[in-house]
Design a protein. Structure first.
Length: 401
């Protein structure tokens, strides 16, 4: 076999020397002509590249054919390559899954793999591998989540920041109302030790864990608990949950983290106050802005009861305008902002808003995208692992075991 390789090298060298001589002869003739210009030179170079590529392909095919014939003469050794899914190694499939979740589409992932790795893998294969990888990771997450829910008595009380919110994903399946949009629930978990203060007073979260789930609040709670335990729940002094006041979040927190301090996200509160004020004063900015700022100022000072006095006991409101009295009353124990600020707590859920952009919007809400629910869940799971810095710790061992 080695002798044949040496022969192939000698033959290829002779052919390439012949091609080079022919190229320079042609270049010499063309350059002597009056109409010779840069376009002519580029055409000659392209033709030369095509001939060289063809020569290399022919040589490689001859060598591959010889090696194949020699291998067939060897004693039979089963490598089980044909048994590999998609005829790829596990490491290569892991790379495919990474590109599949990382790029804005499976077509872009295919192009990026060809550009960076020199491998032509069509977008459908990338989709199948990515969704399969995401499904396997999601199943492992589900197993951990269910174990934690079933063994909550083993977990000691701890405290940390938990923020959760929802963001819709467009699917190919209509619900009973004819809508194809399904809510994805996202959670981000981190501790106060995972923060770096910026000069402008803001914070950078250096360690955090995300989880994303399309489904019911009851099922989602296991993923929330899993992320909390991974972040140290049971070993930290306090649990602080910041959310938009949704009933499902309140109920979940009462069950999973009964000791938690729940805070109504100040941004959502302000947004709802302004929406109500705009309706109340018929979009008259000179009236609704002072009213809204006055209400917000009182609540931030701990005077929510004063704001409730400004609101009627009952009123008919259009869709999209929250019943502000009910909203504040239902969350009265979650808007003690002077106390929260005195303790150094966050009072806004900017981190979860950013999470929705990073996990959901950037990859699953591009123009024209619609997903199967399992496909969307697979991509969301992989996105969450990457953005949590858990690819090598959780995904690689699972897929390459």
């Amino acid at each position: 076999m080695i002798r044949n390789i040496d022969e192939q090298r000698a033959n290829l060298k002779a052919k390439m020397e012949k091609e080079i001589d022919a190229y320079f002869d042609s270049l010499k003739r063309s350059s002597a002509e009056e109409n010779f210009d840069i376009n002519t030179l580029e055409q000659l170079m392209l033709e030369q590249q095509t001939r060289v590529k063809a020569t290399l392909n022919e040589s490689n095919s001859e060598l591959a054919g010889h090696i194949e014939s020699q291998v067939k003469k060897l004693p039979s050794i089963s490598l089980n390559l044909t048994d590999l899914p998609y005829k790829m190694t596990k490491e290569l499939m892991l790379e495919v899954a990474f590109y599949g979740q990382n790029q804005s589409s499976f077509s872009d992932a295919s192009a990026m793999m060809e550009r960076s790795l020199g491998m032509e893998i069509n977008k459908e294969t990338i989709r199948c591998i990515t969704e399969d990888a995401g499904r396997r990771v999601f199943e492992a997450d589900t197993k951990r989540a269910r174990h934690l829910i079933n063994n909550m008595h083993e977990i000691e009380d701890r405290v940390l920041y938990i923020m959760t919110d929802g963001a819709s994903v467009n699917t190919r399946v209509e619900d009973e109302n004819g809508s194809t949009w399904r809510e994805n629930k996202t959670v981000i978990v981190f501790t106060d030790k995972d923060l770096i203060k910026r000069k402008d007073g803001g914070n950078i979260i250096i360690n955090k864990e995300y989880a994303a789930f399309i489904g019911s609040a009851e099922e989602f709670r296991g993923y929330v608990l899993s992320a909390a335990v991974n972040a140290g729940y049971g070993k930290i002094k306090e649990v602080v949950v910041i959310a938009d006041g949704a009933a499902w979040i309140r109920n979940m927190v009462k069950e999973l983290f009964p000791e938690a301090t729940q805070i109504l996200d100040l941004y959502h509160l302000k947004e709802n106050i302004y929406t109500y004020a705009k309706y109340k004063f018929s979009q008259n900015e000179q009236k609704y802005v002072p009213w809204a700022e006055n209400a917000i100022g009182k609540i931030e000072k701990g005077e929510a009861a004063e704001v409730l006095k400004l609101l009627p006991n009952e009123e008919k409101l259009p869709a999209g305008v929250v019943n502000l009295r009910t909203y504040i009353a239902n969350n009265i124990d979650k808007i003690n902002y002077p106390e929260y600020k005195a303790k150094g707590y966050f009072v806004g859920s900017g981190a979860i808003e950013s999470a929705n952009k990073v996990i959901v919007q950037r990859r699953l809400k591009q123009a024209g995208m619609r997903w199967s629910v399992p496909g969307a869940q697979a991509l969301l799971t992989l996105r969450a692992k990457v953005e949590s810095g858990l690819w090598d710790r959780q995904v690689r061992p699972l897929l390459c075991a």
